[in-house]
Design a protein around this ligand. Structure first.
Ligand code: SF4
Length: 387
């Protein structure tokens, strides 16, 4: 169907917040004039979220970057002999937590590879020397440690079991796990998740379901441009929506644009076209109108306005002290510059905790109290505190 034949009845339905079918969403993606699609998404964001964009001031704790799996786009994962190998001992974690607090970060982003101890004897031995039998046991301990230094852990450690999540929930104000994409096709031979059993869509969706049953404020999202098609992106967003509606715990959806990395088998593949990525962002806003939708600001440093104009309302974590170890070639922007760019595009800019305000009611009383103590500090509301 050409753009001229596009049935604008769908836009009327969207404007009236009526349910639209997957076929209609697909038609919207393929046939709607882009300016109408983007403008619709932007207006929905304005209506649902206003014109304020948030971010979380964080420190990235690269706890263990060995990984049992292999995704063909990943350069985060290290091998034991690599210079980039990271095994963060307790003392180093404590020191970084103290530094993060000094810089007024509120988030300790804990990242690990997928159950490294299952593949690497080095990881198993290192954990044992630290006094732990698994990565998750170590994360539980370190979460308590950083919380006691006054910053809030947000763990992103892949496919955790429900009981591991339940333990982490005591200290983590929120947790994260990217769905990436719910298409099983991406696990076929030659596709990016072929050697990554943890990226099995059913396993990932089950973890999100477990987080819903445990009422953990949860961050998830999709990685765009890894060989999927628009229909698979739409289905992934619809799968997230189903859990979002059922459990009410998905606090944010990250839409991350793929970038090819040297020394990976996807090095020759290009980044997704900006129009395609913007279409995915706009569709996400249309499919889940009141969701918090984030794109990482370091992966699209030149065109914030483009993404603000298709419906995002969050920039995610920005760190003044550590790299983005998943995308180390993209440095974090200066926070004042992000604010300036937001203001220039007609948006205000504000700091948030790693749990969004509307999801704080889900965390336990101890965490609520710790959050309110910091939120009440006069300094927190002062702009200088988080810049
Ligand atoms: S993306 Fe995650 S699961 Fe995949 S190889 Fe990298 S660290 Fe492992």
């Amino acid at each position: 169907m050409s753009e001229l034949q596009f049935d604008s009845e769908i836009i009327h339905k969207i404007n009236e917040f009526k349910e639209i079918s997957k076929e209609e969403i697909l038609e919207l993606a393929e046939s709607a004039p882009k300016e109408i699609l983007f403008d619709t998404a932007s207006r929905i964001r304005d209506k649902q979220k206003g014109r304020t964009v948030s971010f979380s001031k964080k420190a990235f704790f690269n706890i263990i970057n060995l990984c049992r799996d292999t995704c063909s786009y990943c350069t985060y994962k290290a091998e034991p002999a690599d210079t980039k190998l990271s095994l963060m001992g307790k003392e180093t974690i404590k020191e970084l937590a103290i530094l993060a607090k000094k810089y007024n970060c509120t988030e300790a982003l804990f990242v690990t590879g997928e159950r490294p101890e299952q593949k690497y004897s080095e990881a198993k031995k290192w954990l044992k020397d630290e006094g732990f039998s698994s990565t998750s046991e170590y994360l539980i301990h370190c979460s308590e440690m950083v919380l006691n230094e006054g910053i809030f852990p947000h763990t992103n450690a892949g496919n955790l079991t429900k009981s591991e999540m339940k333990e982490l929930q005591k200290t983590n104000v929120s947790m994260g796990m990217m769905l990436e994409n719910s298409s099983p096709r991406l696990r076929e031979a030659g596709m990016p998740h072929h050697d990554a059993p943890s990226k099995d869509p059913n396993a990932r969706l089950n973890i999100l379901k477990n987080s819903g049953e445990l009422k953990i404020p949860m961050t998830t999202g999709i990685l765009v441009g890894i060989g999927e098609n628009i229909e698979e992106c739409i289905q992934s967003i619809l799968d997230i929506k189903e859990l979002y509606d059922k459990y009410g715990n998905i606090q944010e959806i990250i839409l991350q644009n793929f970038h090819p990395k040297p020394k990976t088998s996807m090095f020759q593949q290009s980044t997704p076209e900006e129009d395609y990525f913007k279409t995915v962002v706009a569709l996400c806003r249309i499919i889940i109108p009141d969701a918090n939708i984030q794109i990482p600001p370091n992966l699209s440093p030149e065109n914030y306005h483009e993404f603000l104009s298709v419906g995002i309302n969050d920039w995610g974590g920005i760190s003044p002290i550590t790299s983005d170890y998943v995308n180390p070639e993209f440095s974090w922007p200066n926070i004042q510059n992000v604010e300036k760019k937001c203001n220039n595009s007609g948006f205000s800019f504000k700091a948030r905790f790693p749990v969004y305000p509307e999801f704080i009611s889900l965390v336990n009383d101890d965490l609520k109290q710790r959050i309110s103590l910091i939120a009440d500090e006069e300094n927190y509301v002062k702009e200088s505190y988080w810049k």
